[in-house]
Design a protein around this ligand. Structure first.
Ligand code: PEP
Ligand code: MG
Length: 761
């Protein structure tokens, strides 16, 4: 039906005009009505509708329509994943169907008068990780919309995203749910089962990460000091507090300390911020009102940016303004400090948020409704912040200060827990400490019961973990996940910045082997500042070594930084993640060889003979293992990914968690084959995925001949204890029995028999 491209362009122009209108308008409904009319008219559609996500109920609500029954506005509601609209939001991808009513996902709403519209086209409206709504056009003629319409509607949705999100912010639309009375809410939310993401326990008052009014609007103007002098005082106090937080953070997170409050300092240095506030105060505005006004201007400016990174920085302005306002209050003892010792409840979380939370003594994190990147999860784990993902959006309405108990080992959340629940919590906490080896004295070397040596190394994500690794006598770093210095920054770290980070790693582990994994980004480990195109299947996309081989400048810089930093390292290994073919391994190794030659030409000091290894994470390796074993110097089996790809189970998708089976016969047999084949070439091989610290799995690994395990440092005592309880011959018999089992059911029987006799702890 498309008449021409110009028409779509003129629609975009109209939408941008409308976007400007909304900032003047106090009425978002009028704005949305104008949008749907404009979209429907330009796409020659009979229906144009917009659904917005209600943050409180998690439902998509019809907010404006041209063509459907106007009485349905506010009445038609769908959960994410429900109906064609819900499915569009769930998949965050356009959906076009020429005979929508016949689609099995179609959801019929009485009185909406939509049955006669056969053609249906919808696109999601989203911004970064934030889901905002869905834009829909419909027509009675079957197969009406074309690819060009999909593109046009997508462009409109992208253009609208910022404005609609801002309008929701300005007009408080996030509070569209019927207000729920607090007792009823508390009754409903007494106990919630979520997904345990980073283990641990916490009992602390609740605090929202992005409170509904981050600018303390609930505190009346007369609750604040009002003079320019008081403002200057509050500003100085804020700067001092930020410095102190930064120093604390430097101890826990050396690779990122300077960066966390980077945006805060940048804003503080911007004369437009400070001067505007002072000017407004001089013109007679109370100090708090002036801070709020200027902060809101900056937030709107940042939110409008095309760059997701800049948009993320809007949070920093909120955070900064909130801190200044906090210091401006007359009653200094009142209210909570922005984050201190609370359980943070958040609807969205960026890696930088986790770092900020870690800089203060956050007790735990509950992430509501959102997905979580594995980096956020890994960071929470590395920083020992208990974290749970829960789907109940009403958690965002829990009054601040309510006591919350998190048992993040199993994903339980208790709101305002009874004394009895608290008692059980103490007991579980005690058992948990015992299970992770709390109080156990580590021996420098690890042996099985019959004296076979097993090497225990540490997986390191953040440099702050090295102390624990040393204290717990790790024999080296079996896996350094090098992507963390990349994800905590706003731009790619330079060679020098990387070199300094790696130098600390080698220095702290002096005398021990260190295996550095090259950048493993992509998939769900995203670097927003790279602005890479969205992929339909990111886990199968341009991630990991594929990304580095495509972006050789990034690869070369990282290799230079590793080799230079490790000049004095006794044993330096460089390993490549996600290797799927011999050719890929050779290409990556060639990159190292090339870098070594360049460094030599430049006369710089560097490590001249690094071991070069491959991670085994792809099923394709199974059939070329002999050739790869001959080619590489060492191997590390990344079982997390290996299981994901062997069994085609997204390791972060809760819906298919039951399919993620380390004890699947295919996994067991593949691991045994890999270890045996690599053994023939006498090349070192380690296991560094999560199963390496699983008490139930370790006997199998020992039984198939694994003699190197690399685990998160806190698990070292538990792993040592488990290995020490194993007699190799028995473990071999156990492994043989498992390898003979061809179904999960048979495996289960073998395990049950073994567990009767094996008592590791
Ligand atoms: C793995 O896949 O097992 C692994 C150790 O790497 P990561 O968890 O960082 O993907
Ligand atoms: Mg992996």
């Amino acid at each position: 039906m498309t008449e021409n491209k110009n028409q779509h362009l003129s629609l975009l122009y109209d939408i941008s005009e409308l976007s400007i209108l909304v900032s003047d308008s106090k009425d978002i409904d009028t704005f949305l009505q104008q949008v749907v009319q404009s979209v429907a008219s330009h796409l020659h559609a009979e229906v144009g509708s917009i659904y917005l996500l209600d943050d409180n109920t998690g439902e998509l609500v019809l907010r404006a329509t041209q063509g459907l029954n106007p009485a349905s506005v506010g009445q038609i509601r769908m959960r994410i994943g429900e109906g064609l609209v819900g499915m569009t939001m769930d998949r965050m991808a356009p959906f076009c169907d020429g005979s929508a009513c016949e689609n099995p996902f179609y959801k019929y709403f009485e009185n909406a008068h939509e049955e006669s519209y056969k053609s249906f086209l919808s696109v999601p409206i989203g911004r970064g990780l934030e889901k905002i709504g869905v834009l829909v056009v419909q027509h009675s003629q079957p197969d009406y919309f074309e690819a060009a319409d999909v593109m046009a509607l997508r462009a409109i949705a992208a253009q609208l995203a910022g404005t609609v999100a801002n309008a929701r912010l300005m007009m408080g639309l996030q509070q569209t749910a019927q207000p729920v009375s607090t007792p009823a809410l508390m009754q409903r939310l007494q106990f919630i089962r979520g997904e345990a993401t980073a283990s641990g326990f916490a009992l602390a008052p609740a605090a929202l990460l992005a409170p509904q009014d981050p600018l303390l609007a609930d505190v009346p103007d007369d609750g604040f000091e009002s003079t320019a002098n008081a403002y200057q005082h509050a500003l100085r106090a804020t700067v001092d507090q930020l410095k102190e937080l930064q120093e604390q953070l430097a101890r826990r997170l050396p690779e990122s300390a300077a960066l966390i409050f980077e945006a805060h300092y940048m804003i503080l240095k911007d004369p437009r911020f400070d001067r505007q506030i002072i000017d407004l105060i001089r013109q007679g505005q109370p100090a708090a009102a002036a801070v709020r006004q200027v902060a809101r201007q900056f937030i709107a400016l940042f939110n409008d940016s095309a760059s997701p990174y800049i948009r993320e920085k809007a949070h920093d302005i909120e955070d900064l303004a909130r801190r200044i306002l906090f210091n401006l209050r007359i009653e200094k003892g009142q209210g909570r400090s922005p984050i201190d010792k609370n359980i943070i409840i958040a609807a969205q979380l960026y890696p930088s948020d986790v770092l900020k939370l870690a800089s203060e003594t956050v007790a735990g994190i509950i992430l509501v409704g959102g997905g979580v990147t594995s980096h956020v999860a890994i960071m929470a784990r590395s920083l020992k912040i208990p974290m749970i993902i829960a789907q109940e959006r009403e958690l965002l309405q829990v009054p601040e200060g309510t006591q919350v108990l998190m048992d993040a080992d199993i994903g339980n959340i208790y709101i305002d827990p009874s004394a009895q629940v608290r008692g059980q919590f103490e007991e579980r906490n005690r058992l948990r400490l015992a299970a992770t080896g709390g109080g156990i004295e580590m021996r420098p070397e690890t042996f099985t019961r019959d004296g076979v040596r097993v090497h225990l190394l540490a997986n390191i994500n953040l440099l702050g973990e090295l102390d624990l690794a040393r204290t717990l006598k790790a024999e080296g770093v079996g896996l350094y996940r090098s992507e963390f210095p990349f994800i905590v920054r706003s731009v790619l770290p330079s060679e020098e910045e990387q070199r300094l980070v790696y130098a600390r790693l080698f220095k702290q582990m002096a005398g021990c082997p260190v295996f550095v994994r090259t950048l493993d980004i992509g998939g769900d480990k995203v670097l927003p500042y790279l602005n890479l195109p969205q992929e339909a299947n990111p886990e199968l996309g341009l991630r990991s070594i594929r990304f580095l081989l495509k972006h050789r400048d990034v690869f070369d810089q990282q290799l230079r930084a590793i080799l230079r930093a490790g000049a004095q390292a006794e044993q330096l290994g460089i390993m490549f993640p996600m290797i799927s073919s011999l050719d890929e391994f050779e290409a990556a190794r060639e990159a190292v060889v090339g870098t070594l030659a360049t460094l030599q030409r430049e006369g710089l000091s560097y490590h001249t003979s690094p071991a070069i290894g491959a991670m085994i994470e792809m099923p394709s390796i199974m059939t070329i293992i002999d050739e790869l074993a001959a080619a590489a110097d060492f191997f590390a089996i990344g079982t997390n990914d290996f299981i994901q790809y062997m069994l085609a189970v997204d390791r972060t998708n809760e819906n298919v968690a039951a399919y993620y089976q380390p004890f699947h016969p295919s996994i067991l047999r593949s691991l045994a084959t890999i270890v045996e084949r690599v053994g023939r070439y006498n090349k070192p091989i380690s296991v560094c995925g999560e199963v390496a610290h699983d008490v139930a799995f370790i006997p199998f690994l020992v039984g198939i001949g694994v003699r190197r395990l690399s685990v998160d440092p806190q698990f070292l005592p538990l792993v040592q204890q488990t290995v020490a309880a194993i007699a190799t011959q028995q473990a071999e018999t156990f492994a043989k029995a498992l390898l003979a089992a061809s179904s999960l059911h048979q495996v289960q029987k073998v395990r049950a028999a073994w567990e009767k006799t094996f008592k590791p702890v």
